[in-house]
Design a protein around this ligand. Structure first.
Ligand SMILES: [Zn+2]
Length: 290
């Protein structure tokens, strides 16, 4: 009934290809005449627009950065979102310019983490109409993770430790906050918990989320909607004290060097409860998928 499947492409022989053994190329479904709406399109609600700021690790006037709901295989996987409900090609010049600045800034922040060799930056946009850029950190020395399959390896590798993950999130959030905005990720408060205890609580909190969250799964995932209305940010354009212009027209701003970021985290907040951060127990992250 089906034609002979095409020969396997060369990349299945690359060292970075995560699978081995007998493989077959899938038959493609027939193309649909009309694609289904993405999140935030047609009648589908936009979970990004509905997500409260505390579902993010850092928030600014026009941009927000979020993490996965739990550690994954890579040292860091983050998503940069515009506050405005726009897709990449629809950004006005101001936001387009800021996207460049924010991309560079976030790349540098993630690359400053211990053990990170490279940060891959991707935009797919097939799951949600609300602009979201992926930042995936490749661990240093892991040459097999180089290139296009990094997002697959994120689901294959064992998750990094919860404490390391939180530490990384706090570092990145503090780094971004050096330029304005608000850091919301916290470093681990106490580190007395045994690994088994951590795993236990992670499983217990969200029984309906199974296994590791991956980039692929997360394409359909944005922070959970809480009460459905966070518009308003488009209107409140001016809040100069909150965040310096991320478009970087202010060359006087000193960007921290990677070494600065490793030596100590400036501006790391200490009083906030760990329960309110992403990955905490508030549930904002964990019940994300709809
Ligand atoms: Zn939206």
């Amino acid at each position: 009934m089906h034609d002979t499947p095409p020969a396997l492409p060369d990349f299945t022989q690359w060292p970075s290809f995560p699978f081995e053994g007998d493989l077959r190329v899938k038959q493609l479904d027939d193309p649909v005449s009309v694609e289904p709406p993405r999140k935030g399109e047609g009648l589908r609600e936009c979970t990004a627009c509905n997500a409260p700021d505390d579902a993010y690790i850092w928030v600014g006037e026009r941009w927000r950065v979020r993490a996965m709901d739990r550690p994954t295989g890579l040292p860091m996987v983050l998503i940069l979102e515009s506050r405005s409900h726009l897709d990449l090609g629809d950004l006005p010049n101001l936001l387009a310019a800021e996207l460049g600045v924010m991309t560079v800034r976030l790349e540098r922040a993630i690359r400053s983490l211990d053990g990170v060799a490279r940060v891959h930056v991707n935009r797919w946009g097939d799951g949600s109409a609300h602009l979201h850029m992926w930042f995936l950190a490749r661990p240093y020395g892991r040459l097999q993770l180089r290139g296009t399959f990094l997002s697959l390896w994120d689901s294959i590798l064992p998750p990094i430790s919860e404490s390391q993950w939180r530490e990384n999130l706090a570092m990145v959030a503090a780094w971004l906050a050096e330029f304005g905005g608000r850091p919301l990720a916290e470093p681990p408060r106490i580190q007395w918990q045994a690994p088994s205890r951590l795993a236990e609580s992670a499983d217990g909190v969200e029984p309906d989320v199974e296994g590791t969250v991956s980039v692929i799964e997360s394409e359909e995932e944005t922070p959970v909607a809480v009460d459905g209305n966070t518009d308003g940010y488009d209107a409140e354009k001016v809040e100069p004290a909150d965040e310096p212009d991320p478009a970087g027209v202010t060359p006087t701003v000193d960007e921290p060097t990677p070494a600065d970021g490793q030596d100590g985290v400036p501006g790391r907040p200490s009083a906030r409860s760990a329960d309110t951060g992403p990955g905490g127990d508030s549930g904002n992250w964990r019940s994300a998928a709809d």
